[in-house]
Design a protein around this ligand. Sequence first.
Ligand code: ZN
Ligand code: ZN
Ligand code: ZN
Length: 106
Amino acid sequence: MKKILKRVAARTPAPEPVASGCEELAETPETDPAALTPGVCQECAKLGEDNWSHLRICLTCGHVGCCDSSPHQHATNHYRETGHPVMRSHEPGESWRWCYVHDLMD
Ligand SMILES: [Zn+2]
Ligand SMILES: [Zn+2]
Ligand SMILES: [Zn+2]
């Protein structure tokens, strides 16, 4: 007599619950990508300008862009063009991250 074993369906691990409910910040690796243009907004540099206020680095690709207090807002522009959702402050002494999808800081 053959025993029929019931197979338990393979369980996919549930994603870690995040207090904020933001998967973008939760899924962004701890290690940041290297800045493509360290200390310089990539697009402002192309325009020959350096009048940005603060710099932000994209944690998907390492793109460095200027913040929303800057004339060109290239960091937000980069998110609109690429959909890369998380950036980190590229300012000395600052390490906070920002999710554009949820307008959330951590
Ligand atoms: Zn998010
Ligand atoms: Zn810029
Ligand atoms: Zn990017």
